[in-house]
Design a binder for this molecule. Sequence first.
Ligand code: CP
Length: 460
Amino acid sequence: MNSGIRHLVSIDDLSLPEILELFARAKEYAQDLRAHSHLARGLISASLFYEPSTRTRLSFESAMLRLGGGVLTAADMRVSSASKGESLADTVRVVSGSYADIIVLRHASEGAARLATEFSNVPVINAGDGSHEHPTQTLCDLYNLWVERGRIEGLHVMLAGDLRYSRTIHSFVYALARFGANIVCLPTPGFELPPYVVQRLREEFGVEPVRADGEKLGEIARSCDAMYLTPQKPHQLSLFTDAKGLAVEHVDAVYMTRPQTERYTAADMPPPRPMNLNKQTLSRESLRDAMLMHPLPRRDEIASELDEDPRSIYFKQAARGVPIRMAILGLLLGRVELAAPRAQVDVRYYVVAAGENPCPNPTCISRTENRHVKPRYKLASRFPVRGFCAYCSQELPARWVGCSTTGLYHERDSATARQIRPDHLVFFRDEPQALALGFTAAAKSVPPSAEPEPAVVPGG
Ligand code: CP
């Protein structure tokens, strides 16, 4: 609504220097959590939690109270007017009208926080949107690595468990890739990183998945194919072409996740046996000084016998959520200024010009809240024409694209398709869908002058 407001929807909304400066602030706050109660005096945060939470909501509320502000909390939206059918868009309009100065939002649909920014008069913080992203958990996780190891670049971080539905993992891999950490993926079979995440890692962060040799990790790696996410450097990749791939010699941090069973579909049933870390699985030399991390809540994936192990930092990790969230609130409320340059985020989102919503994700907010959402996309490439849903980041599975002004449709990898202005693009699964919407197949030789050069159309 107000394009000057700063939101935190994705971890990409912060530049790396900003993140490091936030860490320095958090460290300062952590020295005495009670010494900063002037920073947000007179301001109010609203927690809108459409999904359960212990850590994220309570640490945000604690952070706001410690900064001297006040808190409105809707911890269970089933007892709010959402249960009467009120949309997220209307709820956000109301709460950001005069009730609160910042909104902390958790929602089951991917892209909910992005949608909220379109209707909010105040900053929106994404406290987890479906299986998409959880940027403040990632800031907390990165802060823990930084506090414990003094750096992030060059660390070897192993991500284990449900990498498919875990939103904390998705934000974390983007950030680790940007910081230049080495990422080892150890997914529960069938719960690998989703294709759209791997694609982003490849295309935006120059990271290539390579098969890893998990021999030195012992039992933890036995049940799955280990992957290394490594910078795309040809000389490096050429080293990994053998069947076993790159050997994992040493790990700085093991980041364990819970099976996100609340998001499983019928196709994920019966759920596989979750990984279980215990004293024995962590006894390998390669894991000798690995920190054991978990965003929590845990179930059985970390045995309680490890709680007293000096490598286990998951409760410290949760405690550090308060100072890092104090820093985030201070920044977004305009009470903390950073010297670091802001992230250069590409905010060019285009409204899909006509036709059905092309987003393939049934739990994307563009599908679950379709009264208020105009399907939007981000252009990933012009040749072939490829777009990603602006809300949930999934690729639009369209082999055919049309132009809303000429009424012609084209194969997405044709020369004519690339002439279409992004704000005139329509996406089609197949030709019958294009024909049903009244589009006509383009002749192979449509002159480029049929469409002008694309204009930049800002989103928002
Ligand atoms: N880590 C995390 O998001 O925990 P909660 O679900 O308890 O907020």
